[in-house]
Design a protein around this ligand. Structure first.
Ligand code: GRG
Length: 281
């Protein structure tokens, strides 16, 4: 089966699980569920759940049994996008080709939609954690990646940074704001399967950096239609376009090297590396 067909298979499987989870959300007042679902079900590449499900599959684990964790991953990612778009953060009017959550529902509701998604994810994590030691560890991994020593720290450092920041600060921002939530699904799969978790972490950290540098490059080329990175610390502002492109190529090669040493068939993950390096959205 070729890479795109397999990606679509995992993505469609996840989409069904997410839609089912959303159907169970009947909240009072109705705008709470409406605003959460608006962002959750608005497309997106679903790369984090696809990484999680495909890594489980490659490791020989039954990924169909782990859909609540996949949903938790995407809920945390979606909350971060809603909050990132707020006027106090990146101030974006559009997300995934549609009005951003606060433009659609107002700032207060968007803040609460993000809060709702984050706390719903932790409901799921706690439920899964009660299944046993591996599930507890996997839940802890996601919690740590999302939290104050992970994505939130990266976002905070990004908020404080200026274009004159240094490479060490940029590495911290990239590794935490973006890298942790890309690596966590892979590490969680390794933990649940009982093997290769640290190898998957090493791969996920590189893939996360590649993901963010590609994002900086897309922004510099104006491909995401935002152009709001002006005055910010990015791989392009720090190193220049050419060096940032070279850095991305080097990271893609390092990802491939790590994958070659995996004890399982990593062809699909290698396909994801190609997708991330070549992505245009
Ligand atoms: C608000 C705590 C908090 C964190 C925000 C995710 C994030 C941290 C910021 C988003 C800003 C941004 C565009 C970062 C670049 C990398 C990234 C995480 C992009 C969005 O993820 P994709 O490309 O989005 O996977 P889709 O829409 O495909 O899900």
């Amino acid at each position: 089966m070729n890479f795109s067909v397999r990606y679509e298979l995992y993505r469609a499987f996840f989409e069904r699980a997410l839609t089912e989870a959303c159907e169970g959300m009947r909240l009072r007042p109705p705008i709470l569920a409406e605003s959460m679902k608006y962002s959750l079900l608005s497309g997106g590449k679903r790369i984090r759940p696809v990484l999680f499900l495909s890594a489980l599959d490659a490791l020989g684990a039954d990924y169909a049994k782990e859909t609540p964790l996949a949903v938790a991953i995407e809920c945390i990612h979606t909350y971060s996008l809603i909050h990132d778009d707020l006027p106090a953060m990146d101030n974006d009017d559009y997300r995934r080709g549609r009005l951003s959550n606060h433009k659609m529902f107002g700032e207060g509701n968007a803040i609460l939609a993000g809060d709702g998604l984050l706390s719903y994810a932790f409901d799921l994590l706690l439920k899964e954690a009660s299944r046993g030691e591996r599930h507890l560890k996997a839940a802890q991994e996601l919690s740590a990646a999302a939290g104050v020593a992970g994505m939130v720290a990266g976002q905070s450092a990004d908020l404080c940074a200026t274009a004159s920041g240094d490479a060490e600060t940029l590495a911290f921002i990239h590794a935490n704001k973006t890298g942790r939530m890309i690596a966590a699904p892979l590490v969680m799969a390794g933990i649940l399967a009982g093997r290769q978790a640290e190898e998957l972490r090493a791969f996920g950290e590189k893939l996360g950096l590649l993901f963010q540098i590609t994002d900086d490059l897309l922004d510099a080329h104006g491909a995401d239609g935002k152009g709001n990175e002006e005055g910010k610390l990015t791989a392009v502002s720090l190193f220049g376009l050419e060096s940032a492109e070279r850095l991305a190529d080097d990271l893609a090669a390092e990802c491939a090297d790590i994958l070659k040493r995996m004890e399982f068939d990593a062809a699909f993950l290698q396909g994801v590396v190609g997708l991330v390096r070549g992505r245009n959205s």
